[in-house]
Design a protein around this ligand. Structure first.
Ligand SMILES: C[S@@+](CC[C@H](N)C(=O)[O-])C[C@H]1O[C@@H](n2cnc3c(N)ncnc32)[C@H](O)[C@@H]1O
Length: 310
Protein backbone atom coordinates (compact mmCIF):
# COMPACT_ATOMS: atom_id res chain seq x y z
CA UNK A 1 0.00 0.00 0.00
CA UNK A 2 2.91 2.34 0.65
CA UNK A 3 4.70 1.67 -2.65
CA UNK A 4 4.87 5.00 -4.49
CA UNK A 5 2.61 5.16 -7.57
CA UNK A 6 4.00 6.23 -10.97
CA UNK A 7 5.16 9.86 -11.25
CA UNK A 8 2.05 10.96 -13.20
CA UNK A 9 -0.27 9.68 -10.47
CA UNK A 10 1.88 11.27 -7.79
CA UNK A 11 1.67 14.65 -9.52
CA UNK A 12 -2.08 14.25 -9.99
CA UNK A 13 -2.39 13.43 -6.28
CA UNK A 14 -0.72 16.74 -5.45
CA UNK A 15 -3.69 18.50 -7.05
CA UNK A 16 -6.28 16.75 -4.84
CA UNK A 17 -6.02 19.32 -2.02
CA UNK A 18 -6.66 22.07 -4.61
CA UNK A 19 -9.87 20.31 -5.56
CA UNK A 20 -10.96 20.16 -1.91
CA UNK A 21 -9.96 23.75 -1.26
CA UNK A 22 -11.95 24.99 -4.26
CA UNK A 23 -14.96 23.02 -3.03
CA UNK A 24 -14.67 24.49 0.49
CA UNK A 25 -14.06 27.97 -0.94
CA UNK A 26 -17.26 27.79 -2.99
CA UNK A 27 -19.19 27.20 0.26
CA UNK A 28 -17.48 30.18 1.87
CA UNK A 29 -18.43 32.44 -1.04
CA UNK A 30 -22.02 31.17 -0.89
CA UNK A 31 -22.26 31.72 2.89
CA UNK A 32 -20.89 35.27 2.52
CA UNK A 33 -23.29 36.02 -0.34
CA UNK A 34 -26.24 34.72 1.72
CA UNK A 35 -25.22 36.87 4.69
CA UNK A 36 -25.02 40.01 2.55
CA UNK A 37 -27.84 39.55 0.06
CA UNK A 38 -30.36 37.35 1.90
CA UNK A 39 -29.91 38.40 5.51
CA UNK A 40 -28.79 41.99 4.90
CA UNK A 41 -25.69 41.50 7.08
CA UNK A 42 -23.58 43.65 4.81
CA UNK A 43 -20.59 43.90 7.17
CA UNK A 44 -20.59 40.22 8.20
CA UNK A 45 -17.87 39.19 5.70
CA UNK A 46 -15.58 41.72 7.39
CA UNK A 47 -16.74 41.72 11.01
CA UNK A 48 -17.80 38.08 11.39
CA UNK A 49 -15.23 36.26 9.32
CA UNK A 50 -14.89 33.40 11.79
CA UNK A 51 -18.61 32.76 12.15
CA UNK A 52 -19.10 32.66 8.38
CA UNK A 53 -16.01 30.54 7.89
CA UNK A 54 -17.17 27.98 10.48
CA UNK A 55 -20.62 27.83 8.93
CA UNK A 56 -19.08 27.33 5.48
CA UNK A 57 -16.79 24.57 6.75
CA UNK A 58 -19.74 22.83 8.42
CA UNK A 59 -21.65 22.83 5.12
CA UNK A 60 -18.61 21.68 3.18
CA UNK A 61 -17.92 18.81 5.58
CA UNK A 62 -21.55 17.65 5.54
CA UNK A 63 -21.46 17.55 1.73
CA UNK A 64 -17.99 16.01 1.59
CA UNK A 65 -18.74 13.24 4.06
CA UNK A 66 -22.17 12.34 2.72
CA UNK A 67 -22.24 9.44 0.25
CA UNK A 68 -23.07 10.47 -3.30
CA UNK A 69 -26.72 9.66 -4.16
CA UNK A 70 -25.59 7.11 -6.77
CA UNK A 71 -23.15 5.38 -4.39
CA UNK A 72 -24.30 1.82 -3.72
CA UNK A 73 -25.31 1.36 -0.07
CA UNK A 74 -23.09 -1.09 1.80
CA UNK A 75 -24.78 -4.45 2.14
CA UNK A 76 -22.69 -6.19 4.75
CA UNK A 77 -20.82 -5.31 7.91
CA UNK A 78 -17.46 -5.64 6.16
CA UNK A 79 -18.61 -3.40 3.34
CA UNK A 80 -19.80 -0.88 5.91
CA UNK A 81 -16.30 -0.82 7.29
CA UNK A 82 -14.96 0.51 4.00
CA UNK A 83 -17.84 2.91 3.52
CA UNK A 84 -15.50 5.89 3.46
CA UNK A 85 -14.02 4.61 0.22
CA UNK A 86 -17.25 5.00 -1.73
CA UNK A 87 -17.54 8.69 -0.97
CA UNK A 88 -17.20 11.55 -3.38
CA UNK A 89 -13.96 12.54 -5.11
CA UNK A 90 -11.09 13.22 -2.76
CA UNK A 91 -12.69 11.34 0.16
CA UNK A 92 -10.19 8.54 0.11
CA UNK A 93 -7.13 10.68 -0.47
CA UNK A 94 -4.18 8.36 -1.14
CA UNK A 95 -6.23 5.37 0.05
CA UNK A 96 -5.83 6.67 3.59
CA UNK A 97 -9.34 5.51 4.53
CA UNK A 98 -8.11 1.92 4.27
CA UNK A 99 -5.90 2.53 7.30
CA UNK A 100 -8.85 3.22 9.60
CA UNK A 101 -11.05 0.06 9.90
CA UNK A 102 -8.41 -2.36 11.31
CA UNK A 103 -7.40 0.27 13.82
CA UNK A 104 -10.82 1.32 15.10
CA UNK A 105 -11.90 -2.30 15.37
CA UNK A 106 -9.64 -2.49 18.45
CA UNK A 107 -11.47 0.30 20.34
CA UNK A 108 -12.99 -0.79 23.65
CA UNK A 109 -14.31 0.45 27.00
CA UNK A 110 -14.90 4.18 27.45
CA UNK A 111 -14.00 5.79 24.13
CA UNK A 112 -13.21 9.39 23.22
CA UNK A 113 -13.71 10.06 19.48
CA UNK A 114 -12.23 13.53 18.95
CA UNK A 115 -13.82 15.69 16.26
CA UNK A 116 -16.19 13.03 14.92
CA UNK A 117 -17.49 15.39 12.20
CA UNK A 118 -20.64 13.81 10.74
CA UNK A 119 -19.87 10.41 12.26
CA UNK A 120 -18.07 8.88 9.29
CA UNK A 121 -16.25 6.46 11.57
CA UNK A 122 -19.31 5.41 13.57
CA UNK A 123 -19.95 2.16 11.65
CA UNK A 124 -16.60 1.01 13.02
CA UNK A 125 -17.62 1.68 16.61
CA UNK A 126 -20.49 -0.76 17.06
CA UNK A 127 -18.54 -3.35 19.02
CA UNK A 128 -20.25 -4.48 22.27
CA UNK A 129 -16.85 -4.16 23.96
CA UNK A 130 -17.32 -0.40 23.72
CA UNK A 131 -19.35 0.78 26.73
CA UNK A 132 -19.65 4.52 26.04
CA UNK A 133 -18.45 6.96 23.38
CA UNK A 134 -17.88 10.68 23.84
CA UNK A 135 -17.64 12.78 20.67
CA UNK A 136 -16.42 16.34 21.29
CA UNK A 137 -17.33 18.21 18.10
CA UNK A 138 -16.98 22.03 18.26
CA UNK A 139 -18.65 22.56 14.86
CA UNK A 140 -22.26 22.49 16.06
CA UNK A 141 -23.51 22.67 12.46
CA UNK A 142 -22.48 18.99 12.20
CA UNK A 143 -24.39 17.79 15.28
CA UNK A 144 -27.67 17.05 13.53
CA UNK A 145 -25.94 14.68 11.08
CA UNK A 146 -23.90 13.19 13.90
CA UNK A 147 -27.03 12.48 15.97
CA UNK A 148 -28.81 10.95 12.98
CA UNK A 149 -25.80 8.74 12.26
CA UNK A 150 -25.67 7.48 15.87
CA UNK A 151 -29.34 6.52 15.61
CA UNK A 152 -28.83 4.86 12.22
CA UNK A 153 -25.90 2.84 13.58
CA UNK A 154 -27.89 1.79 16.68
CA UNK A 155 -25.41 3.34 19.13
CA UNK A 156 -27.28 6.51 20.12
CA UNK A 157 -27.83 5.28 23.69
CA UNK A 158 -24.10 5.12 24.30
CA UNK A 159 -22.93 8.02 22.11
CA UNK A 160 -22.63 11.42 23.81
CA UNK A 161 -22.10 14.40 21.51
CA UNK A 162 -20.25 17.20 23.29
CA UNK A 163 -20.36 20.75 21.86
CA UNK A 164 -16.71 21.49 22.65
CA UNK A 165 -13.14 21.05 21.48
CA UNK A 166 -10.56 18.50 22.61
CA UNK A 167 -8.53 20.86 24.81
CA UNK A 168 -8.85 19.89 28.50
CA UNK A 169 -10.19 23.36 29.35
CA UNK A 170 -13.23 22.60 27.16
CA UNK A 171 -13.42 18.84 27.26
CA UNK A 172 -13.44 18.32 31.03
CA UNK A 173 -16.36 20.74 31.62
CA UNK A 174 -18.14 19.16 28.63
CA UNK A 175 -17.71 15.67 30.11
CA UNK A 176 -18.91 16.82 33.54
CA UNK A 177 -21.96 18.49 31.99
CA UNK A 178 -22.85 15.21 30.28
CA UNK A 179 -24.01 14.06 33.73
CA UNK A 180 -22.58 10.57 33.27
CA UNK A 181 -20.06 10.80 36.10
CA UNK A 182 -17.30 9.73 33.70
CA UNK A 183 -14.74 12.09 35.27
CA UNK A 184 -15.35 11.05 38.90
CA UNK A 185 -12.29 8.81 39.27
CA UNK A 186 -10.14 11.34 37.38
CA UNK A 187 -11.37 14.21 39.57
CA UNK A 188 -10.38 12.31 42.71
CA UNK A 189 -6.95 11.43 41.27
CA UNK A 190 -5.95 12.41 37.69
CA UNK A 191 -3.63 9.38 37.55
CA UNK A 192 -6.77 7.25 37.13
CA UNK A 193 -7.37 8.78 33.71
CA UNK A 194 -10.78 8.70 32.03
CA UNK A 195 -10.66 6.81 28.74
CA UNK A 196 -9.74 3.27 27.72
CA UNK A 197 -9.46 4.36 24.09
CA UNK A 198 -8.89 7.75 22.47
CA UNK A 199 -9.49 8.01 18.73
CA UNK A 200 -7.75 10.69 16.64
CA UNK A 201 -8.75 10.38 13.00
CA UNK A 202 -7.90 13.39 10.81
CA UNK A 203 -8.39 15.81 13.65
CA UNK A 204 -5.05 16.67 15.27
CA UNK A 205 -4.33 18.61 12.08
CA UNK A 206 -7.10 21.03 13.14
CA UNK A 207 -6.89 21.42 16.91
CA UNK A 208 -5.34 24.67 18.10
CA UNK A 209 -2.22 24.17 20.27
CA UNK A 210 -1.83 20.58 19.11
CA UNK A 211 1.21 19.77 21.27
CA UNK A 212 -0.56 20.88 24.44
CA UNK A 213 -3.81 19.12 23.52
CA UNK A 214 -1.96 15.86 22.85
CA UNK A 215 -0.28 16.14 26.30
CA UNK A 216 -3.69 16.68 27.88
CA UNK A 217 -5.22 13.74 26.03
CA UNK A 218 -2.37 11.54 27.19
CA UNK A 219 -3.21 12.62 30.76
CA UNK A 220 -6.85 11.57 30.23
CA UNK A 221 -5.92 8.06 29.10
CA UNK A 222 -6.29 5.39 31.77
CA UNK A 223 -3.12 3.44 32.64
CA UNK A 224 -2.90 0.76 29.93
CA UNK A 225 -5.29 2.75 27.72
CA UNK A 226 -4.64 3.18 24.01
CA UNK A 227 -4.60 6.02 21.55
CA UNK A 228 -5.63 5.09 18.00
CA UNK A 229 -4.37 7.52 15.41
CA UNK A 230 -4.71 8.10 11.67
CA UNK A 231 -3.48 11.59 10.90
CA UNK A 232 -1.97 13.36 7.91
CA UNK A 233 1.33 15.01 8.76
CA UNK A 234 4.15 17.15 7.44
CA UNK A 235 5.99 15.48 4.55
CA UNK A 236 9.17 13.83 5.85
CA UNK A 237 11.16 15.50 3.04
CA UNK A 238 14.50 15.11 4.79
CA UNK A 239 14.21 11.32 4.74
CA UNK A 240 14.82 9.01 1.80
CA UNK A 241 11.11 8.21 1.43
CA UNK A 242 9.94 11.84 1.70
CA UNK A 243 9.51 14.32 -1.15
CA UNK A 244 10.89 17.85 -1.35
CA UNK A 245 8.33 18.69 -4.02
CA UNK A 246 5.41 17.46 -1.88
CA UNK A 247 6.75 19.50 1.05
CA UNK A 248 6.91 22.62 -1.15
CA UNK A 249 3.36 21.97 -2.36
CA UNK A 250 2.20 21.62 1.28
CA UNK A 251 3.64 25.08 2.01
CA UNK A 252 1.98 26.44 -1.13
CA UNK A 253 -1.46 25.25 -0.02
CA UNK A 254 -0.89 26.57 3.50
CA UNK A 255 0.06 29.97 2.06
CA UNK A 256 -2.99 30.15 -0.18
CA UNK A 257 -5.65 29.54 2.47
CA UNK A 258 -5.90 25.79 3.11
CA UNK A 259 -6.22 26.26 6.88
CA UNK A 260 -8.73 29.08 6.51
CA UNK A 261 -11.11 27.20 4.25
CA UNK A 262 -10.64 23.69 5.69
CA UNK A 263 -11.59 24.29 9.33
CA UNK A 264 -8.08 25.23 10.60
CA UNK A 265 -6.56 22.05 9.16
CA UNK A 266 -2.75 22.31 8.81
CA UNK A 267 -0.87 20.19 6.30
CA UNK A 268 2.50 20.61 7.97
CA UNK A 269 2.28 19.30 11.53
CA UNK A 270 4.76 16.97 13.20
CA UNK A 271 1.95 15.02 14.87
CA UNK A 272 4.03 11.89 15.38
CA UNK A 273 6.66 13.88 17.30
CA UNK A 274 3.98 15.43 19.53
CA UNK A 275 2.44 12.02 20.22
CA UNK A 276 5.79 10.48 21.15
CA UNK A 277 6.74 13.43 23.37
CA UNK A 278 3.42 13.26 25.26
CA UNK A 279 4.61 10.25 27.28
CA UNK A 280 8.06 11.64 28.08
CA UNK A 281 7.37 12.21 31.81
CA UNK A 282 6.42 8.53 32.19
CA UNK A 283 9.53 7.35 30.35
CA UNK A 284 7.66 6.80 27.06
CA UNK A 285 4.72 4.73 25.88
CA UNK A 286 4.45 1.05 26.70
CA UNK A 287 3.76 0.25 23.05
CA UNK A 288 4.44 2.39 19.98
CA UNK A 289 3.06 0.74 16.86
CA UNK A 290 2.97 3.51 14.29
CA UNK A 291 3.31 3.18 10.54
CA UNK A 292 4.21 5.95 8.09
CA UNK A 293 2.26 5.91 4.83
CA UNK A 294 2.32 7.78 1.51
CA UNK A 295 5.56 9.60 2.37
CA UNK A 296 5.87 10.74 -1.27
CA UNK A 297 2.60 12.70 -1.13
CA UNK A 298 1.15 16.00 0.02
CA UNK A 299 -0.85 14.04 2.60
CA UNK A 300 1.48 11.53 4.20
CA UNK A 301 -0.16 9.68 7.08
CA UNK A 302 0.93 8.34 10.42
CA UNK A 303 -1.33 5.56 11.59
CA UNK A 304 -1.35 3.06 14.43
CA UNK A 305 -1.61 2.49 18.17
CA UNK A 306 0.10 3.93 21.23
CA UNK A 307 -0.44 2.19 24.58
CA UNK A 308 0.11 3.99 27.90
CA UNK A 309 2.12 2.25 30.60
CA UNK A 310 0.03 0.64 33.36
C1 LIG B 1 -11.31 16.49 8.91
S1 LIG B 1 -12.65 16.40 10.01
C2 LIG B 1 -12.58 14.70 10.51
C3 LIG B 1 -13.87 14.17 11.03
C4 LIG B 1 -13.85 12.71 11.48
N1 LIG B 1 -12.86 12.46 12.50
C5 LIG B 1 -13.64 11.78 10.32
O1 LIG B 1 -12.70 11.00 10.34
O2 LIG B 1 -14.45 11.81 9.37
C6 LIG B 1 -11.99 17.25 11.41
C7 LIG B 1 -13.03 17.44 12.49
O3 LIG B 1 -12.37 17.96 13.65
C8 LIG B 1 -13.21 18.93 14.24
N2 LIG B 1 -12.39 19.83 15.08
C9 LIG B 1 -11.78 20.98 14.73
N3 LIG B 1 -11.15 21.51 15.78
C10 LIG B 1 -11.36 20.67 16.83
C11 LIG B 1 -11.00 20.68 18.19
N4 LIG B 1 -10.26 21.66 18.70
N5 LIG B 1 -11.41 19.67 18.99
C12 LIG B 1 -12.17 18.66 18.48
N6 LIG B 1 -12.55 18.60 17.18
C13 LIG B 1 -12.16 19.59 16.37
C14 LIG B 1 -13.84 19.62 13.02
O4 LIG B 1 -15.00 20.34 13.37
C15 LIG B 1 -14.11 18.43 12.13
O5 LIG B 1 -15.35 17.86 12.38
Amino acid sequence: MTTPPPLGDRLKGMLEPAQLMTWAMSHYIRVCAEAVFKKGEIFAPILQIHRLRDEAFGRFWVEFSTPAPNAAPPATASETETETDTFQPGRNTNGSSDLIPPLLRTANGIVLDIGPGTGTQMPLLRSPSISTIYGPEPCTGLHEKLRAKAIAEGISSKYHILPCGAAASQLLPGLRESGTGVTEAYDSDPRNGIFDTIICVRVLCSVPEMERTVDELYGMLKPGGKLLVTEHVVNPWRTAKGSVLARVVQSFYQLFGWSFFIGDCALDRDTEGALLRAARLDGGWKVVDLEKNFAWSVMPYVSGTLVKKS
